[in-house]
Design a protein around this ligand. Sequence first.
Ligand code: NIG
Ligand code: FE
Length: 388
Amino acid sequence: MTVLYDDIGELVTNDPAAGDGSPLGVITGAALLVDGDRIAWVGPKHEAPAADRRVDCGGTSVLPGFVDSHAHLVFAGDRSAEFAARMAGRPYDGGGIASTVAATRGASNGALAANVGRLAAELHRGGVTTFETKSGYGLTTVDEQRSLELATSVTAETTFLGAHVVPPEYREDRDAYVRLVAADMLAACREHARWIDVFCDRGAFDVDEARFILTAGVDVGLVPRLHASQLGPGDGIRLAVELGAASVDHCTYATDADIDALAAGDTVATLLPGAEFSTRAPWPDARRFLDAGVTVALATDCNPGSSYTTSMGFCIAVAVRDMGFTPAEALWAATAGGARALRRDDIGVLAAGKRADLVRLDAPSYIHLAYRPGVPLVGDVVRGGVGD
Ligand code: NIG
Ligand code: FE
């Protein structure tokens, strides 16, 4: 069964060999042929091949589906009061994570699954066709394992984050918790995870603890990614590069030495505008990363504490308005950049042979994502060739 998406006003391919030759590879007046779950052809609409079915895009914009490479969907509870207190001046220090841990431990599998399903559906409605999600609100072997089992029901991109924070019952013996994460917890979680992550920051885990846990994960076949420099400068970004991590996320307080290390390595820097927005943190200047040649991704960081949004459109708008991205750079980071952060070469690009994951906007241009903030512009979402 082939489907031709025809009369696309502006097709963003992220294939520099296509269209206008820019990184977005924009083709004006385009068509795209899907065969099963793959793209079979893209090009000018007047050269479009025949198909079993034709969808008229009416001159609107079509993009690769968003790739959200950083989310925390497995949790219970609500922290709106904490958010309100922050907006009244209380600083964010990650201390609220403990309240989500308590709620998550107390929640039934059914309640957790319902929340994960609701958030996955929100992501999908907002144009996200691939997302990562992690454990990190269980912090016991049993609760981390069940968090990852639930995560695998909604995505293949699952991350073991037993080292999110030291849970209250280990506060007097953090070394014992670090050993637990790197031994029994990892052993129980590894078969349900592709990635291993550590929150390497002030009040969470230091660089030696992070190295120990990530190395244990690598030894059993997981691939590292890190949360680093969200709450203050530190050594986490350079550790990510040293370990060849796929991505280092937040980077709010990245130093010049961190940017130099990123530019010399192949770790993606994933910026999370929702976190700066919701914690009133300073905006990282994306120009420092982009102008140094660092590969940058944008992701939601959807979680109940620091960034309770599933909207990549919102993240793009904020990234453009406050972090120095051009609209083109922000769109690339939210699609191809996310794919790089997940080490995926089958998504994030609309070209023959790639997965048929695409979004049709109710707008003539992707620029409207930042130009019309907060407006639900995602018209149709096609995932693996299947539309809504
Ligand atoms: O990515 N930084 C650590 N973890 C989350 C926040 C967790 C929370 O506040 O519940 C983040 O921002
Ligand atoms: Fe996070």
